[in-house]
Design a protein around this ligand. Structure first.
Ligand code: DUC
Ligand code: ZN
Length: 467
């Protein structure tokens, strides 16, 4: 039998072509892309007629079972979160390790790998670099030489991408530490991933909001995190990256002004600067923050006006923005209610691990804002390249057979009942996507068949990443 598996009659989509092909798989790897007439013998055949065949989606920014400063965990664990991901066509995620006080990064990594043992898709970890004395809450302090020294160890252990926050008390790194870390990241040829908001300015803006009427108004979440403070932080990070020589990905760009800073850097010829946005910044406006239940749509940076959404789509199309990640950070209604009456106490974050591929197809491809090739580029190929997942993200011989068979005529309502996160609500309630992932293969084995999860807890493997 020459091949283990043959996916027949589908339309293959890569970053630069859309073509009819039979996809042959052997030993968990893509073996060949054959013409539709070429039907060699295979152990198993999957008919993909009428469907797109894509490389499995890579979501390189998720927060599963994440401990917050308020002492609560994000609502999806590795079981519910990765299952939902698989059902949305995602075959790899990259989450985070964050050392607790007194813990080494290697200890944090081992704990986190253990935490992820039930993952149903492959997973890796970014390493969070934060002031070591007060990682959860507390006051901002410095990042020690010891932590900076651990950057090489983390890279050697397969975690060569490093998250830093320019906001959030306890996590916020001062400019000097951002720069020190960037120099160390450059030395190991890693990638810095930065949450770019000006924490000091937004804190001052938040402190100035005091009356009960203002605190209950969800729009003040966005007003106290204006676009200009985000753009300033993006600019500062890019300046530090340019000086240090480090490669930097600006996480979750929410607005035109911040995206334009990235465009300017790329326009100046900087090849070490990259941009990420998320579906929430492409499909929801800040109108959601005027609702009584605005807290369900509170994330940081916040949702923005329609003009920003339009600009982000254009920047995605032109490659100013390189990738779309979900920043999946779900909190239940009860958890979000911790901030009822005071937007500053709402845990920041929105779900999205399951809906990214479907939403980008519906609001991007079908709406004519991006092409099928762009869709694959921003959801699979570029995330894999940028984050060092060397065997992922391409429908090409030699790559892992992480494959999505996407049915463009399979409408999916995005209600909580139709989605699989542990959440008791859907931020997309009332929305429908025309197409959805029908079958999903992980290293050549079906883990989703006809829209049902058929894999097992523990199917996922830890991905040692490198550049
Ligand atoms: N922003 C969010 O909305 N959630 C998680 C962390 C973050 O920076
Ligand atoms: Zn995040």
């Amino acid at each position: 039998m020459p091949f283990d598996l043959l996916i027949t009659q589908g339309t293959a989509v890569t970053t630069d072509a859309v073509f009819r092909a039979n996809v042959a798989v052997n030993g968990g790897k893509i073996a060949a892309l054959l013409s539709p007439q070429d039907m060699p013998a295979a152990g198993q055949v999957i008919d993909a007629a009428g469907c797109y065949v894509l490389p499995g989606a890579v979501d390189a920014h998720v927060h599963l079972h994440m401990l917050t400063a308020a002492g609560i965990y994000s609502a999806d664990d590795w079981c519910t979160g990765t299952r939902a991901a698989a059902l949305g066509g995602v075959t790899s995620v990259v989450d985070f390790i964050q050392a607790l006080p007194g813990q080494t990064l290697m200890e944090a990594l081992h704990e986190r790998v253990d935490d992820a043992r039930d993952a149903v898709i492959d997973y890796g970890f970014h390493t969070t670099i934060h002031p070591d004395e007060a990682p959860i809450g507390g006051v901002n302090k410095r990042v020690s030489d010891y932590r900076i020294g651990e950057i090489r160890q983390a890279a050697d252990a397969g975690c060569p991408t490093f998250k830093m926050y320019q906001a959030y008390s306890g996590l916020q790194v001062q400019d000097a530490d951002l720069f020190r870390a960037l120099r160390a990241i450059a030395e190991v040829n890693g990638l810095a991933c930065v949450h770019a908001e000006n924490g000091d300015v937004l804190q001052a803006l938040r402190d100035a909001v005091t009356s009960p009427a203002e605190l209950v108004n969800g729009l003040n979440h966005a007003r106290t995190r204006p676009a200009i403070q985000e753009a300033e932080a993006v600019n500062r990070t890019i300046m530090c990256a340019e000086l240090s020589g480090a490669r930097v990905l600006i996480f979750h760009i929410s607005c035109d002004l911040a995206g334009s800073v990235v465009a300017g850097a790329k326009g100046r010829g900087l090849t070490n600067v990259f941009g990420e946005t998320c579906p929430q910044y492409l499909v929801f406006t800040d109108d959601k923050l005027a609702r009584p239940d605005a807290r369900l749509w509170m994330c940081a940076p916040p949702l923005r006006p329609q003009a920003d959404l339009d600009a982000l789509w254009r920047k995605l199309k032109t490659g100013v923005l390189d990738v779309v990640s979900s920043d999946h950070c779900p909190f239940t209604r009860a958890q979000k209610d911790l901030g009822a009456g005071d937007f500053r106490r709402v845990p920041n974050g929105m779900p999205g691990i399951e809906t990214r591929l479907g939403l980008l197809y519906e609001y991007g491809v079908r709406a004519g804002k991006i092409s099928l090739n762009d869709w694959v580029r921003v959801c699979s190929t570029r995330p894999a390249e940028l984050h060092g997942l060397r065997s992922k993200g391409r429908l090409a011989p030699g790559y892992d057979a992480d494959i999505v068979i996407f049915d463009p005529d399979s409408p999916r309502e995005l209600s909580a009942a139709q989605l699989h996160s542990a959440l008791d609500y859907s931020v997309c309630d009332g929305m429908t996507c025309a197409g959805w992932a029908r079958d999903v293969l992980l290293r050549g084995r079906a883990i989703v068949q006809n829209g049902r999860h058929t894999g097992r807890a523990g199917d996922g493997q830890f991905l040692k990443r490198s550049f």
